[in-house]
Design a protein around this ligand. Structure first.
Ligand SMILES: NC(=O)C1=CN([C@@H]2O[C@H](COP(=O)(O)OP(=O)(O)OC[C@H]3O[C@@H](n4cnc5c(N)ncnc54)[C@H](OP(=O)(O)O)[C@@H]3O)[C@@H](O)[C@H]2O)C=CC1
Ligand SMILES: O=C1O[C@H](COP(=O)(O)O)[C@@H](O)[C@H](O)[C@H]1O
Length: 523
């Protein structure tokens, strides 16, 4: 009788003879599920094109779009065209890119469609292809797509890999996220699953670890003895505008706060990881989350934008894709356990911006006149116009002896000229191709994130808490949010003056100030 080992060896030889074993990949195939959708046209196809154009992809890479719609590659191209930013001089290369594309129409739940997709890949490229599956479908399809992929469409030879990119939202609360996580992990191993949070691919978010751990000046100050509060802000100056169908089911907390802002916060709050390995960094992020107690209703203020007759902008409920009477929050500010950490996110505000603001505790300024000294702030501006600046006090230059608030300013586009920063998706897609999980969310991180937010989300929904109204275009959601932040210790002096223009255009003056002299105090 044959031993198990020799049986396995004989089978291997037979498979090799039949051409079923690959020693290494001869090509890479990137399969986009949900190729007809919004994300595909606005983010995924442009990213693939930029990576192709800049020759950052393995040479023999092919792209297969898959969705239920009856489409052609030409349709994919024209849908994505407005987002590709292709110059006239790049036209030939763009044609080359689309020649590498194909499209397969199929369902997300019928095994025969996935068998057909598999045959398409093997017939048109090679059985020896690494496969990257991008799940850009509505989350309701994740389970059936993953199940069918595993059963009928993965590369099944040693030496090849299958990787799965899963877009957010990863569930709607702790329970639904656990169901999804368990299902995916019954099919694919953790190192095959890439849960994408595109904020982790943004330049300034990537910079947090370097800024914190490569600079001696910050480490002794980075603790609750010196930091009064940390505010992580996400603002958009537009509303849902036709995307209400998706948004209304989730709301701003699930859309932005539980994922993007919490990830940034973890990088700000974590202890030094033992190395830059993906799991060492993610271990530290999980420790931060595990220290946080679950949010209750007292820890949040929610708002919903209403029409502003002065600027003619519509309210959330005026969006025809939003259900009548919806109480879904479009703005939220929450206090997370710790320093405190304040996270806030809102649609239809006065500007588009994402930043981290670290307010240091007040100095004992008893040798200076009262009110002359403002607390230091370190600001990491994620977007727009990446910048790191520290607001601090200096003597006003000249004969006088006034104290003036000014800044140490590292504005990227002034300091790093000719800089082309990669789009977050470009960086993250390359990470997946090289097998780096460093910028992706691990199952236990996700579980902890939902543990923190689920009680408040359930309470808001079960008690039908009405969000506070705020007019489209205001600075910080409903008036209750500034009050909430003040109670948590955030202070705003309103006297700072930045002469060069900031995230917006032109010189920046705070209310009541006309120039830097007025912002200083003589003594
Ligand atoms: N390198 C650069 O480009 C630099 C740019 N600047 C620019 O200078 C300007 C001022 O900078 P900075 O002091 O950091 O930012 P701001 O003065 O705009 O805001 C400081 C903080 O106070 C909040 N705030 C603003 N107004 C009020 C208010 N009336 N009541 C309560 N809170 C308020 C802000 O909230 P909210 O976010 O909601 O407004 C923010 O959290 C900005 O435009 C900035 O971009 C400054 C330094 C460097
Ligand atoms: O994930 C999301 O992010 C976008 C904002 O992304 P950005 O890179 O343009 O800042 C947000 O508009 C959207 O609602 C949300 O789902």
């Amino acid at each position: 009788m044959m031993s198990d080992a020799s049986l396995e060896q004989s089978l291997k030889l037979l498979r090799e003879e039949a051409g079923m074993v690959c020693h290494s990949a001869s090509s890479h195939v990137i399969i986009v599920f949900g190729a007809s959708g919004d994300l595909a046209k606005k983010k995924i196809y442009p990213t693939l094109w930029w990576l192709f154009r800049d020759k950052l992809l393995p040479s023999n890479t092919h792209f297969v779009g898959y969705s239920r719609s009856n489409l052609t590659v030409d349709n994919l191209r024209s849908n994505a065209m407005p987002y590709l930013n292709a110059k006239d001089s790049e036209w030939t290369q763009l044609d080359e890119f689309f020649k590498r594309n194909s499209y397969v129409q199929g369902s997300y739940d019928k095994p025969e469609d996935f068998i057909r997709l598999n045959k398409f890949i093997v017939d048109n490229f090679s059985a020896c292809s690494n496969r990257l599956f991008y799940l850009a479908t509505p989350p309701s399809q994740f389970i059936s797509v993953a199940t069918n992929l595993k059963a009928h469409c993965t590369a099944e030879s040693d030496g090849l890999w299958n990787r799965l990119i899963v877009e957010k939202p990863f569930g709607k609360d702790l329970d639904s996220s656990e169901v999804l996580a368990k299902h995916l992990s019954s099919l694919f191993s953790e190192d095959q699953i890439y849960r994408i949070d595109h904020y982790l691919g943004k330049e300034m978010v990537q910079n947090v670890v370097v800024l914190r751990f490569a600079n001696r000046v910050f480490s002794p100050l980075w603790n609750r003895d010196n930091i009064a509060n940390v505010v992580v802000t996400f603002k958009e100056n537009f509303g849902t505008e036709g995307r209400g169908g998706y948004f209304d089911e989730f709301g701003i907390i699930r859309d932005v706060m539980q994922n993007h802002l919490l990830q940034i916060l973890c990088l700000i709050a974590m202890e030094r990881p033992i190395s830059m390995e993906a799991n060492d960094i993610r271990d530290e992020k999980v420790k931060v989350l595990r220290c946080m107690r679950p949010l209750s209703l007292d820890d949040v203020v929610v708002g919903q934008y209403v029409a502003d007759p002065e600027n003619g902008k519509p309210g959330y409920l005026d969006d025809p894709t939003v259900p009548a009477g919806s109480i879904t929050p479009t703005y939220a500010v929450a206090a997370l356990y710790g320093v405190p950490f304040i996270v806030r996110a809102g649609k239809a505000l006065n500007e588009k911006k994402c930043e981290v603001r670290i307010q240091f505790k007040d100095v004992i300024a008893d040798i200076l006149p009262s009110g002359a000294v403002h607390r230091n702030e370190l600001v990491l501006r994620v977007q727009p116009n990446e910048a790191v600046y520290m607001k601090l006090m200096t003597k006003r230059p000249g004969m006088g002896f006034g104290a003036e608030e000014t800044e140490l300013d590292l504005t990227y586009n002034r300091r790093f000229t000719d800089l082309k920063l990669p789009d977050a998706y470009e960086r993250l897609l390359l990470d997946v191709l090289v097998g780096s999980q460093i910028n992706f969310v691990r199952t236990d991180e996700l579980r902890e994130a939902w543990r923190v937010f689920t009680p408040a989300l359930h309470a808001l929904e079960s008690q039908r808490v009405a969000p506070h109204p705020y007019p489209y275009g205001v600075r910080n959601g409903p008036p209750q949010s500034d009050e909430f932040m003040r109670r948590l210790g955030f202070t705003f002096s309103g006297q700072y003056f930045y002469p060069h223009g900031g995230s917006g255009a032109g010189p920046v003056k705070q209310s009541g100030l006309t120039n830097s002299t007025e912002a200083s105090i003589e003594f």
